[in-house]
Design a protein around this ligand. Structure first.
Ligand code: ADP
Length: 289
């Protein structure tokens, strides 16, 4: 009985060390351990080594991407500047087209590099979300504001449905979540024909609160929906529009990284609804709109 308790305590201690990341192989002398403890120790040593290896890989990937972003910044800024200057010159039609092409591809490259840096930060998990419980009002109003100019160009009306009981609250990082919402709103405007309406509707459930963005645009075929969140995926609707296929990938990373999730309902040719669910927090009151 005494031996069994002692054995259990050692196994438990090993597991606790492994979970804290403080497991050290040489603390446990194999000649004093039972068969089970020896196997447990070997397993945990291997697991801890592969965890350290994973962290090293994450760190070097992050450094590599930061270096690429740093080293490309100056030449890219110069290409953008010279392409703009060239575009301001009196040019023959074919030369003007080349200048426009250089500018547009350099802008795309800039966007790609910025997105790669964001993706690497999110995927390596090497930063902290500053999650606070707050209402969705500022988040919704500021992100809607950021797409208004593009919407106005296409005469698209972006409507916010204000709930009778006021905007619900949720737990989220304002800056990162704004990026997630902006991606969805930006798509709604980009993939909708002119003179349609995009609606933003906040909602509250027992455990989650969030918002649904509904458009009257191209819609997405059912079999395509699982793919639209993949990195660099550009779908049917994306073919004749600007974009690099990372918006929804980032949106999913940001939402899930804060304990939330996304839901899409769409019908080809009719429109789409993208919902972002964010944790409502413990003291959240259930409300329905
Ligand atoms: P991008 O817009 O740059 O292509 P995203 O990751 O934001 O990249 O979207 C991936 C794909 O999902 C798009 O290329 C498009 O086919 C589809 N998609 C996203 N939002 C919508 C929408 N509101 N309506 C129709 N299709 C959409």
């Amino acid at each position: 009985m005494f031996r069994r308790k002692n054995e259990y305590d050692i196994l438990n201690q090993m597991l606790e060390d492994a979970m804290d990341g403080t497991f050290q192989e040489d603390v446990y002398d194999e000649s004093e351990l039972s068969k089970l403890q020896v196997r447990w120790k070997r397993y945990l040593s291997a697991a801890s080594l592969s965890e350290q290896e994973r962290n090293r890989e994450k760190q070097s990937l992050k450094e590599l991407i930061t270096n690429i972003s740093h080293q490309t910044r100056t030449p890219l800024t110069n290409i953008l500047l010279y392409a703009q200057l060239l575009g301001e010159q009196e040019l023959e039609e074919s030369s003007r087209e080349y200048a426009d092409q250089i500018l547009s591809h350099a802008q795309k490259l800039e966007l790609l590099i910025q997105s790669l840096v964001r993706m690497s930060r999110l995927e390596t998990g090497m930063f902290q979300y500053h999650v606070e419980k707050q209402t969705l009002e500022i988040l919704i109003r500021s992100t809607v504001e950021s797409v208004q100019a593009k919407a106005a160009q296409k005469k698209i009306e972006v409507q916010v449905c204000v709930p009778e009981k006021g905007f619900p609250a949720a737990c989220f990082d304002r800056k990162w979540t704004a990026e997630a919402v902006e991606n969805i709103l930006d798509n709604a405007v980009k993939y909708s024909p002119p003179q349609t309406t995009v609606t933003v509707r906040p909602f509250a459930r027992e455990l989650f609160a969030g918002l649904t963005v509904t458009d009257q645009g191209a819609g997405i075929a059912e079999e395509e929906i699982p793919r639209i969140f993949s990195r660099f995926y550009r779908g049917e609707a994306g073919k004749d529009k600007e974009g690099i296929g990372v918006g929804l990938f980032l949106t999913r990373q940001i939402t899930e990284g804060q304990g939330g999730y996304l839901r899409v309902i769409s019908e080809k040719g009719k429109g789409s609804s993208f919902s972002i669910f964010l944790p409502a927090g413990e003291s959240f009151q259930t409300e329905r709109f």
